[in-house]
Ligand binder design. Structure first.
Ligand code: AMP
Length: 193
């Protein structure tokens, strides 16, 4: 099963991806997590994208596409994957479709988590406060001034992917305002699992 989770920052992609990987025994590929760990490891790619991430912008398409294609080409250990945070631009989606085509593969479903915009900001600020309360490091981009750029990037560059995948007959929209357990159930219903 090859899935994409599409949704604005704070829509619950990370939470739902973790539930899906356990239920379907597939791999979780989060581009945000990959980039954050490459920053922690002081890898050259991480260091080159750190400032754009911290300002809420998008990492260049060629960098992110090559990271994801490399992961997929070099073997996903389990029977499929869920992509969380990728693709985020039309150019990434087109390049990824071409790469999959060359591998004789294609996406099965693209799940959109629909959440009202005022709830998104509240969820992210709560996430930051919870991390802080637990003594964990807060994400550098989970602050109000950067959140605005992340939301704008989503609206202008990622939201158009709905039409792209809808034209392919792959888009499944799920109400992301519900309790996470119900969202998870709705996702499995949408993909027939
Ligand atoms: P996330 O953890 O998915 O919210 O991603 C955190 C940040 O990583 C984003 O705000 C971007 O700066 C960067 N990022 C993650 N995935 C992508 C992507 N597919 N394309 C461009 N930038 C990305």
């Amino acid at each position: 099963m090859k899935l994409v989770l599409l949704g604005a920052p704070g829509s619950g992609k990370g939470t739902q991806a973790q539930m899906i990987v356990q239920q379907l025994n597939i791999s979780h590929l989060s581009t945000g997590e990959m980039l954050r760990s490459s920053i922690v490891m002081k890898h050259p790619v991480g260091l080159s994208v750190q400032s754009v991430m911290e300002s809420g912008g998008l990492v260049p398409d060629d960098i992110i596409v090559s990271i994801v294609v490399d992961r997929i080409t070099n073997g996903i250990p389990r029977c499929g994957y869920v992509l969380d945070g990728f693709p985020r631009t039309l150019a990434q989606a087109v390049a990824f479709d071409s790469a999959l085509h060359l591998l004789g593969s294609e996406l099965d479903h693209v799940i959109e988590l629909a959440v009202q915009s005022d709830a998104l900001v509240e969820r992210i600020l709560n996430r930051a406060a919870e991390a802080h309360a637990k003594g964990q490091t807060r994400r550098a981009d989970d602050v109000p001034e950067v959140l605005k750029s992340r939301m704008l990037a989503y609206a202008s560059q990622t939201a158009p992917l709905r039409d792209y995948y809808s034209a392919q007959g792959k888009l499944r929209s799920v109400d992301g305002m519900q309790d996470p357990i119900l969202v998870s159930r709705a996702i499995r219903d949408a993909i027939g699992m």
